[in-house]
Design a protein around this ligand. Structure first.
Ligand code: FAD
Length: 278
């Protein structure tokens, strides 16, 4: 069982608890993006098992009236085993999702995986236009080119700052530079992408304001995306005016994810310490 301090960031271990959380979000006007926790599998059986679990999740979502989506990690469905295994599993998951009208996001991992991830997403997007999206990371120097490339692909883009420690040869490493690149990425998205193809994956109030201004200027439909347990008040407040989706991790492999969330911010560390002492 997930201890009470972790359940702020993780929606339980089972599909049932994740869907129950999605239903609560739905009551507050926020959609859910469900992510079964797992990554870096080097055994094909683990990768296939998680792809199968996503296909069962799609069937479960289809029995509800929730507008819930998925987000899968490439190394969870085979990238660490072989590029072809990843592509095979992604095709299986996206085929199943598209058949049920469930939107499928693909998370972006470290820079060594960007090319193969984008090639695979382009392939499934061509097969199922408007049914898939991919995260692009503002901290990577290449992202301007990738944003340009994906303007012609029938897929959505979630712009994030980037969660991986990357070398300066491929990434901006100063926070101020990453923020500049994030703003520039938003500018490009709103100038070149269509309705429903832009997701603003950030908790940063200044990026959120920038996106609001661009949305008003261009009139493009877009969505804010934030993580479960992070600025949830802001999520529900934004949802009164904008489309908002919450990224909802769940599953047995919650510890590493929970640890990352509490380690990234002093306030979250204090929250965890208080909960332990209580
Ligand atoms: P930051 O610069 O980290 O924070 C700005 C401000 O936001 C802070 O000052 C604070 O006000 C608030 N804030 C941020 N984090 C917290 C927190 N934990 N608790 C409370 N307040 C906080 N990264 C990838 O590399 N690949 C992905 O596929 C990916 N997918 C993502 C999907 C979603 C929906 C989101 C929201 C993020 C995703 N990320 C992904 C992570 C992302 O790259 C950043 O590491 C993360 O979002 C923190 O950046 P930020 O834009 O929120 O701003």
């Amino acid at each position: 069982m997930i201890p009470p301090i972790a359940d702020r960031f993780v929606a339980g271990e089972s599909t049932a608890t994740a869907l129950a959380h999605a239903a609560t979000l739905d009551d507050g006007g926020v959609n859910a993006i469900l992510n079964l926790l797992g990554e870096h599998y080097d055994d094909r059986r683990d990768a296939d098992a998680d792809a199968d679990a996503y296909i069962r999740l799609i069937a479960d979502i289809a029995t509800t009236d929730l507008d819930a989506r998925l987000s899968v990690k490439p190394s969870q469905i085979g990238l660490a085993v072989g590029d072809d295994i990843f592509v095979e599993n992604l095709v299986r998951v996206v085929d199943a999702a598209a058949e049920q009208g469930v939107f499928c996001w693909v998370d972006m991992e470290d820079h060594t995986t960007t090319d193969v991830t984008l090639d695979a997403v382009e392939r499934v997007a061509d097969a199922h236009p408007g049914q898939v999206g991919v995260a692009l990371q503002a901290n990577l120097r290449r992202t301007g080119d990738d944003l340009e490339r994906f303007a012609d692909v029938p897929a959505a883009v979630r712009l994030v700052k980037g969660a991986y420690d990357e070398p300066a040869s491929v990434a901006y490493t100063r926070k101020a530079d990453v923020n500049d690149r994030y703003r520039a990425g938003l500018d490009y998205l709103f100038a070149n992408y269509d309705d429903g193809e832009i997701a603003v994956g950030s908790h940063d109030p200044s990026m959120i304001d920038h996106a609001k201004a661009l949305g008003a200027e261009h009139g493009t439909d877009f969505e804010f995306q934030m993580l479960m347990g992070v600025r949830e008040d802001a999520q529900f407040a934004l949802a009164t005016e904008y489309d908002v989706a919450q990224y909802v991790p769940y599953g047995g492999k919650w510890f590493q994810y929970f640890y990352r969330r509490i380690a990234e911010r002093r306030e979250n560390l204090l929250f965890a310490a208080r909960a332990i002492l209580r």
